[in-house]
Design a protein around this ligand. Structure first.
Ligand code: ADP
Ligand code: MG
Length: 239
């Protein structure tokens, strides 16, 4: 396995409270891994450590073979999609997609090429001149994914990207995210508390409880051979 993301003995405390302790996780290049668990188990904290948005207490993080433990978020080769869309409300979709690239000083021709490709992949070409207020929740989330896509990142990080959407949109976008992964073959780390999302999207699922990975395996194994009652209960295995 060629590792894309390696987490070594990661410990993270908020004050005196250890939320993650000596956590180890190797994610293969091109893998779609889902971090699954109930609210408060430390999924977002782990994702934010990988993204560099939290200073870790101990341990190391490697991305694409490089030790990024002390690297700034923008230099980690990652793109992040959150539950709230975090789009710039005053800018058109086109501007929202291109803004970061402009700031980075990329030539206009290259920016246009990347925006066009992202718009095509996510099927948002007709929306490019609209502003976020005139988009549906699902369309906004596509634009948020597009912003990671134009940056040509190695690793996508998703934090409950579908939680704010209604059931129909959720299942549509789930299919779309799966298709995106099949097309791009990037490494994707996807946080959710939704068992269906985990079972349909993941190559492997890491089930978490209180900051500890209880089982790490492919969906079939997790569902049919849960290693303990907690996993069986959470994933809804037949008893
Ligand atoms: P999840 O994403 O799985 O719902 P989180 O990673 O957000 O869980 O939170 C894990 C634990 O860390 C929770 O007990 C939460 O209350 C605590 N926590 C999260 N962020 C902070 C913070 N900034 N300060 C103190 N405690 C926090
Ligand atoms: Mg969370």
């Amino acid at each position: 396995m060629k590792p894309s993301v390696s987490i070594k003995d990661l410990t993270l405390s908020f004050g005196n409270v250890k939320v993650l302790e000596n956590l180890n996780l190797d994610i293969a290049e091109g893998e779609f891994i889902v971090l699954l668990g109930p609210s408060g188990c430390g999924k977002s904290t782990l994702l934010n450590c990988i993204a560099g948005l939290l200073e870790i207490s101990d341990g190391q993080i490697f991305i694409s073979g490089k030790n990024v433990t002390w690297e700034e978020p923008k230099n980690r080769g990652i793109g992040m999609v959150f539950q709230s869309y975090a789009l710039y409300p005053q800018m058109t979709v086109e501007r929202n997609l291109s803004f970061g690239l402009r700031v980075a000083g990329m030539p206009k021709a290259e920016i246009d090429k990347r925006v066009a490709r992202a718009a095509e992949i996510l099927q948002i070409q007709p929306l490019l001149q609209r502003k976020p207020a005139n988009l549906s929740g699902g369309q906004r989330q596509r634009v948020a994914i597009g912003r990671a896509l134009v940056r040509d990142v190695d690793v996508f990080l998703f934090d409950e990207p579908l939680s704010n959407l209604d059931a129909k949109l959720r299942s549509d976008l789930r299919v779309e995210i799966k298709r995106l992964h099949q097309r791009l073959k990037n490494t994707m780390i996807y946080v959710t508390h939704d068992q269906i999302e985990a079972l349909t999207l993941a190559n492997r699922i890491a089930i978490m409880k209180n900051g500890v990975i209880q089982q790490l395996a492919d969906p079939h194994t997790i569902y049919n051979k849960p290693t303990n009652l907690y996993v069986a209960d959470f994933i809804g295995s037949p008893s």
